[in-house]
Design a protein around this ligand. Sequence first.
Ligand code: ATP
Length: 311
Amino acid sequence: MIVTITMNPSIDISYPLGEFKVDTVNRCDIARKTAGGKGLNVSRVLHQLDDPVTATALLGGALGEFIKENLAATGISFAFSKIAEETRNCVAILHDGKQTEILESGPIVSEAELVAFHQDLDTLLREATVLSISGSLPKGAPTDYYNQLLDMAKAKNIPVVLDTSGASLLAAVQHANQPYLIKPNAEEVASLLGIPEITNLTDLKISLQSELFRDIPVIVVSLGSDGAFVKADDKFYKVDIPKIEVKNPVGSGDSTVAGLVSGIYHKQPLTDYLKKAMVLGMLNAQEATTGHVNLANYDTFYRQIKVTEVK
Ligand code: ATP
């Protein structure tokens, strides 16, 4: 089975407002509240694909219970570790065609809670064939905490797909046991290399030739509506996608990760799982709900995606 990890999940609350008024009361008729966090989005899409997935996360308090109930209702199998502090809320105010977000940093996790999570995961990984780690670390976890999980997976010969950013991604790419696949965007690649930005594919290819990325087997740089640029061993590929109508691209990165993880789980060739990942990102972008895809258009989009080797 596939195991997903979300170390700092959230209740995602969205408040759609016609207009957002500052320094006064805003009333909202429909508030949507869902189990959020990048790894949970990945789990939802894998579940839609009928892939066997177990979601793990650190959960605390009544909001943690809400996440459990929410996932149980969708039929996703989960194995959560309990923490003392309350799971966070993340609020998105949708107004005037824009999105204003308020993200709580979330609970502080104790060392004992991390040890307990580690033990729970160790048991769970006995049945895992792919491990998917997504998102930020909670306060209390060391910056290089994911390296411990990479070591655990390596000992069990389980490939890891890591989708995180900042210092914890840098620590993981510099670690002896590296992830099998990472999915940064161009901004995250630039930040890893300490350069201001990457504005074209030539510079992106040069960036991916850096020593830092030498031993990571697959790097998928997602480029939003421009598809993706990929380094696999010593080869480079551009993945071109068709133009589509977009409703809400939030979570497209997570849906893309679900496609990559699914492809690795099914031992698909690289080209096939890159297409799968792109289609899922596109399908998510066409939905209002984050981490949800309508598979009816899957085959039509799949046929239009081109993977070309870049020499
Ligand atoms: P997020 O953090 O919001 O999930 P991300 O930066 O990790 O996003 P993106 O590169 O924006 O990921 O999107 C991942 C994939 O989803 C893209 O490679 C593409 O296949 C699809 N996608 C995203 N946005 C669009 C768009 N506007 N039009 C078509 N496809 C899109």
